[in-house]
Design a protein around this ligand. Structure first.
Ligand SMILES: Nc1ncnc2c1ncn2[C@@H]1O[C@H](COP(=O)(O)OP(=O)(O)O)[C@@H](O)[C@H]1O
Ligand SMILES: [Mg+2]
Length: 210
């Protein structure tokens, strides 16, 4: 007769993996035929505890239908059988990323609006560059020579109100440049997934600092 023991909790870090590892090895040493697996495929550290990481066929392959469960069973400490889930990102499903591109015309409109509002406050100049991130867009504003930078800084709240933005941030001047950075929240916030970052060439080619 087979008995299934599930060790579960809604909270992480409560000791599920540790108990599963210890209990499975103990039962195995008592002569039981034990198979242990980590159903938490997003954080499958049971195989690390068991010293069985990096196996070619894992629970992910079984769940994807490309391998049988027998192929994913490996022998661990004390004779316990382990089904590793694989800690590689490759078998982890990609999130469906919907890019909410800020269109050129959207940005142009915002630039015009910003320039008009600044003009209302008697500040003249031009937007020379824009950077769009997931949450805010930075407009680099180059004021005419006679405009005092402190005057722009003082306008933070008035400008936010005039642009109907919840909050804006003004960096005056941007270090090393002859421009003022005006950060305005985007209409829609974009979600950045960790996988996207880990898969960028920049991330792959940089040395980690820790
Ligand atoms: N009984 C315990 N006493 C002290 N520390 C424990 C105990 N059980 C687990 N830990 C530690 O707590 C942390 C989380 O344990 P882990 O088994 O990975 O949790 P979970 O699988 O529930 O996320 C680990 O650092 C582990 O070493
Ligand atoms: Mg765990």
């Amino acid at each position: 007769m087979a008995i299934t023991i599930a060790i579960a909790s809604g909270k992480g870090g409560t000791g599920k993996t540790t108990i599963s590892a210890n209990l499975s090895v103990a039962l195995s040493k008592f002569g039981k035929d034990v198979i242990v697996l980590d159903a938490d495929i997003a954080m499958a550290n049971l195989e690390l505890v068991m010293g069985l990481d990096g196996k070619p066929i894992t629970l992910n392959d079984v769940l994807a239908g490309s391998a049988s469960v027998e192929q994913a069973i490996y022998e661990g400490p004390g004779g316990v059988k382990v089904v590793p889930a694989g800690v590689s990102l490759d078998s982890f499903k990609k999130a469906i990323v919907i890019k909410k591109d800020v269109t050129i015309t959207d940005k142009d409109k915002k630039v015009q609006l910003l320039l008009n509002k600044l003009k209302n406050f008697k500040i003249e100049g031009d937007v020379v560059r824009t950077y769009t991130g997931p949450v805010v867009t930075t407009f680099e504003f180059k004021p005419l020579a006679h405009v005092k930078v402190s005057k722009i800084l003082n306008l933070q709240d008035d400008l936010a109100m005039a642009l109907k933005a919840s909050t804006i941030r003004i960096q005056a001047p941007v270090p090393g440049k002859d421009v003022v950075g005006i950060e305005i929240p985007n209409n829609e916030i974009e979600t950045i997934y960790l996988r996207e970052i880990l898969e960028t060439d920049l991330f792959k080619t940089q040395k980690l600092l820790f």
